[in-house]
Write a protein that binds this ligand. Structure first.
Ligand SMILES: [Zn+2]
Ligand SMILES: [Zn+2]
Length: 341
C-alpha cells in the first residue's frame, strides 16, 4: 500500500509499505479520510526524517479484527483517538492515554499513522462514527475538534455566555463551531484573510481582523449585553494562535471572574502579569488534548446537536497529492485540509 513519510525541510514522500495486520487487541482500518494538523506542520517544518508513515487524525472502516476484540465488528465506521496507551495503568484506566507512563505512543509518531491506505489501531482508541457523522467529522473528532471541545469544557463554557476565540486555524474554527453548538455568542480574531472569512462561514457572530487597531475594544463592545451591563469582557476565551500579541489581549478582553484556556503552542515571551490575573479574579488554564472518555462524550454531543465540521473543510487531496496537501496546510491560507486515501 501507499503511505506518506514526512522527511523534514518541508518535504514528504509517498512510499510503498506492506499492509498492516491486526495485533492482539487491534483492528485494521481502511482509512477513508485523514487530516493535516498543526502538529504535523511542526514536524514538516523541522529537520527530521520521521522514517515512518505520518498522520494522527484517522477515520475509516474496520476491515480486519485481531485476537481478543470485544466490541468492534468488520464494517464499523470509527474515528481513532490519537494517543495510544498501555491500557492497564492508572492514567489509561482514566482514559488519559496521553499521560500513560508505560507505553505512550502517538499515531504517526511512535507507531505508523494515518497518511496511508490502511492503519492498525488499538480497539480502545476506536470511537464510533455513527451514520449522520461524515468522515470529515471523524477526522476532526480524532484531534482538533475534540481539543476544542475539551478546552470549552475545562473552562465550563455555558449556553448564552460570550466567547472570544483567538486564532482561526482548524482548532480555533472548531472552537467557533462547538461554541455555537453549545449556545454561546462567539467572536473570532485572526490576521489572515481566508481565516477571517472562514470564521464567519463557521458561524462566528463577529470576526475581528487582528491586524487592525482596537482589537480589545471591539471584544469589549461585543461582550456587552444591552440593558444589563457595560462592555466588561467576554465570559470565556480560548487562545489557539500561540502569538505574543494575542496573549497580551487575553486578560484585557476577559470579564471579571472569566475563564481563559491556552491551547495554542507558540512564542515563549512572558506576557501574563499576575497582578492583572488577581485584578480580574480570572482563571487561566492550559488545555492539552482530551481523554478517551471525552471522545465518547463528544461523539454523543455531535449526534445530539447536529453539529458538523464540514463548514471548516476547505481542501481535499488524494494520497498521491500529499506534497500539495501539506504545502497548502503550511500556507495557512485554508481551513481544514483532508487527505482521502
Ligand atoms: Zn493533531
Ligand atoms: Zn498506560
Amino acid at each position: 500500500m501507499k503511505g506518506v513519510v514526512l522527511t523534514g525541510h518541508r518535504t514528504c514522500e509517498v512510499r510503498d509499505f506492506p499492509e498492516p495486520s491486526a495485533g492482539h487487541g487491534e483492528v485494521v482500518i481502511r482509512i477513508d479520510a485523514t487530516g493535516i494538523c498543526g502538529s504535523d506542520l511542526h514536524v514538516y517544518r523541522g529537520d527530521r526524517d520521521m522514517g515512518q508513515i505520518g498522520g494522527h487524525e484517522p477515520c475509516g472502516t474496520v476491515v480486519e479484527l485481531g485476537e481478543g476484540i470485544v466490541r468492534l465488528q468488520e464494517g464499523d465506521r470509527v474515528t481513532v483517538h490519537h494517543h495510544h496507551g498501555c491500557g492497564v495503568c492508572e492514567q489509561c484506566a482514566r482514559g488519559e492515554t496521553v499521560r500513560c507512563r508505560y507505553r505512550h505512543q502517538v499515531y504517526g509518531v511512535g507507531r505508523p499513522g494515518s497518511f496511508a491506505e490502511y492503519m492498525a489501531a488499538g480497539e480502545a482508541n476506536c470511537i464510533p462514527l455513527p451514520e449522520p457523522l461524515t468522515f470529515a467529522d471523524g477526522v476532526c473528532m480524532a484531534c482538533v475538534g475534540t481539543t476544542a471541545y475539551a478546552a470549552l469544557r475545562r473552562i465550563e463554557a455555558r449556553a448564552h455566555e460570550t466567547l472570544a476565540v483567538f486564532g482561526l486555524g482548524p482548532v480555533g474554527l472548531s472552537c467557533v463551531l462547538v461554541g455555537k453548538a453549545m449556545g454561546l455568542r462567539v467572536a473570532g480574531v485572526d490576521v489572515i484573510d481566508e481565516r477571517i472569512e472562514l470564521g464567519a462561514v463557521c458561524g462566528a457572530d463577529e470576526v475581528i481582523d487582528g491586524r487592525e487597531q482596537g482589537v480589545v475594544e471591539r471584544i469589549l463592545a461585543f461582550s456587552r449585553t444591552p440593558g444589563i451591563d457595560r462592555a466588561e469582557g467576554v465570559d470565556c476565551l480560548v487562545e489557539t494562535s500561540g502569538a505574543t500579541s494575542a496573549r497580551e489581549w487575553m486578560i484585557p478582553s476577559i470579564r471579571r471572574n472569566g475563564r481563559i484556556a491556552i491551547v495554542g503552542v507558540g512564542d515563549d515571551d512572558r506576557v501574563i502579569n499576575p497582578t492583572e490575573i488577581h485584578g480580574k479574579a480570572c482563571t487561566i488554564i492550559g488545555s492539552v488534548v482530551f481523554s478517551l472518555g471525552w471522545s465518547w462524550d463528544f461523539a454523543r454531543f455531535l449526534v445530539e446537536s447536529g453539529m458538523s465540521f464540514e463548514p471548516m473543510v476547505t481542501h481535499r487531496f488524494a494520497l498521491e497529492d500529499a506534497p500539495e496537501a501539506l504545502a497548502t496546510a503550511d500556507s495557512g491560507r485554508c481551513g481544514k485540509v483532508l487527505i482521502m486515501p
